[in-house]
Design a protein around this ligand. Structure first.
Ligand SMILES: Cc1ncc(COP(=O)(O)O)c(C=O)c1O
Length: 393
């Protein structure tokens, strides 16, 4: 079946953050929302059909995770990422961030240090600080439009109080799919220093042609033993609101501790729609996923050409994964402080400001292109008009 991602479907009045919370978050209601990381596309049809039947049943009481749910996850990870996982390694969490908080609480002490690689998904640093741990930045290195890890800086910053490194694999917002070589080097440093790697792989299924996601833990038994991997169907199949994620913990000791914490916090119980949608998506959603990746690639090609031809002051950091595009806007004649206001108030496009991902993100904007191409085109025209006005002023 061919899916029509060009169709514009209104999300207004569905209590969705992206559209309905715009006034509250950005102080405007007429900007085009290209921010929070979900898609303006409907989920795979088999998921919608399964949920419809479940809704019609009418009883939504306490739910457990059937064996078939875990089997669907095991099959998916093996089929899509060639990583054979044992069912018993799988732990559960409503969302990846809830899991991250639990891991930090369980696997470190107040005052310990946690490393992140900025610019990176902004809730990482907020969460670490809120839990009384210290954030250590290991900034990524940008050269010729491509980000790489800075291993010398990483090694220089490690001391005995560093307990955890949060890896974003693939990386939001810079779009890198880390290579086996990069992951191996990173893992060796962490193993030598007894640092637990939390590999947030929530974006692992949306990867563009020519790149291949490698689960950190799949590299060796030692890596598996020293890491916790977070995956979810939320970005892949646009199910973020159903708050269902899967935490893969091969190390029995870490796993027991994680499960005990989730139990003591009483946050492990699933909702019936989340686990059903996840299972069906992993079993029957792959054809839809391939089509959505093709469509996103088309949006990306269109956007890159548009910037090159019409707004060359903005450089696109070409993503290898994710539908989030990291825009280097430092060539525009606006200060980094004014950039977000310029994009919002002059271009009327609501994106995420780069500085929230770390101070090295200043001068950048993150644009979500998981929407019909006509909306991408409209937002680009608005940015172009604003930039032309700026150049004339
Ligand atoms: C890298 C990354 N991790 C975690 C999340 C949030 O996951 P969840 O909604 O499951 O907490 C996001 C959402 O954008 C993300 O990009």
């Amino acid at each position: 079946m061919k899916h029509d991602f060009d169709q514009v479907i209104s999300r207004v009045n569905t209590a969705c953050e992206k559209w309905d919370d715009l006034q509250n978050r950005f102080g405007v209601s007429d900007a085009i929302p290209m921010w929070v990381a979900d898609m303006d596309f409907t989920s795979p049809p088999p998921v919608i059909e399964a949920l419809r039947q479940r809704v019609e049943h009418g009883i939504y009481g306490y739910t457990y995770r059937p064996d078939s749910y875990a089997e669907a996850i095991v099959d998916w990870v093996k089929r899509r990422h060639h990583w054979p996982i044992d069912r018993k390694w799988i732990a559960h969490s409503p969302g990846v961030l809830a899991a991250l908080s639990t891991i930090i609480l369980t696997c470190s002490q107040p005052g310990d240090k946690v490393i992140i690689q900025t610019p990176v998904y902004h809730p990482f640093s907020r969460t670490i600080k809120a839990l009384g741990r210290e954030v250590v930045n290991n900034p990524l290195h940008l050269e010729n439009g491509r980000y790489t890890m800075d291993f010398a800086d990483l090694e220089a910053k490690i001391d005995s109080t560093v307990k955890i490194l949060v890896l974003c694999n693939p990386h939001n917002p810079v779009g890198r799919v880390w290579t086996g070589e990069e992951l191996t080097r990173l893992g060796q440093i962490c193993i030598q220093n007894n640092i637990l790697v939390v590999s947030d792989e929530i974006h692992c299924d949306v990867v563009y042609k020519g790149h291949k996601h490698i689960p950190f833990a799949s590299i060796s038994e030692e890596f598996a033993d020293q890491s916790i991997t977070c995956i979810a169907p939320s970005k892949t199949f646009n199910l973020a609101g159903l708050q269902t994620s899967c935490i893969i913990i091969p190390n029995e000791n870490w796993r027991d501790r994680f499960n005990q914490s989730m139990n003591s916090l009483n946050i492990g119980s699933p909702n019936p729609f989340g686990i059903l949608a996840a299972e069906i998506a992993y079993r029957e959603g792959e054809e839809w996923l391939e089509q959505v990746i093709d469509y996103l690639q088309g949006n990306l090609d269109f956007l890159i050409r548009y910037f090159q031809e019409n707004i060359p002051q903005v450089k696109v950091i070409q993503p290898e994964s994710t539908y989030l595009v990291w825009l280097d806007c430092r060539g525009l004649s606006v200060t980094t402080d004014e950039l977000d206001k310029f994009m919002l108030n002059k271009a009327r496009v609501a994106m995420n400001e780069g500085f929230i991902f770390g101070e090295d993100g200043a001068g950048f904007m993150r644009m979500n292109i998981a929407c019909p191409r006509s909306i991408v085109a409209k937002s680009l025209r608005q940015i172009e008009d604003a930039v032309h006005f700026l150049c004339r002023a």
